[in-house]
Design a binder for this molecule. Structure first.
Ligand code: ZN
Length: 68
């Protein structure tokens, strides 16, 4: 079949066009409500990692001041 966006010949069972990335069918999976949940999850992970990094940096700074 042909890509409806760029017209490139692609496999009949292809989900997206390999050339331009346009989906060959309407997206069925992602409902609009699923996105904020995932974003909040990543935000939580980012905050956790940021906290760990800040803690490690503080610890490192403490060690450096102890050494010098
Ligand atoms: Zn295409």
């Amino acid at each position: 079949m042909k890509c409806r966006s760029c017209g490139t010949e692609i496999a009949a069972n292809a989900l997206i066009c390999y050339k331009c990335g346009t989906a060959t069918t309407e997206p069925r999976i992602p409902p609009p409500t699923a996105r904020p949940r995932r974003r909040n999850r990543w935000l939580a992970v980012a905050l956790l990692v940021g906290g760990l990094l800040a803690g490690a940096a503080a610890q490192q700074a403490g060690c450096l001041t102890l050494i010098s």
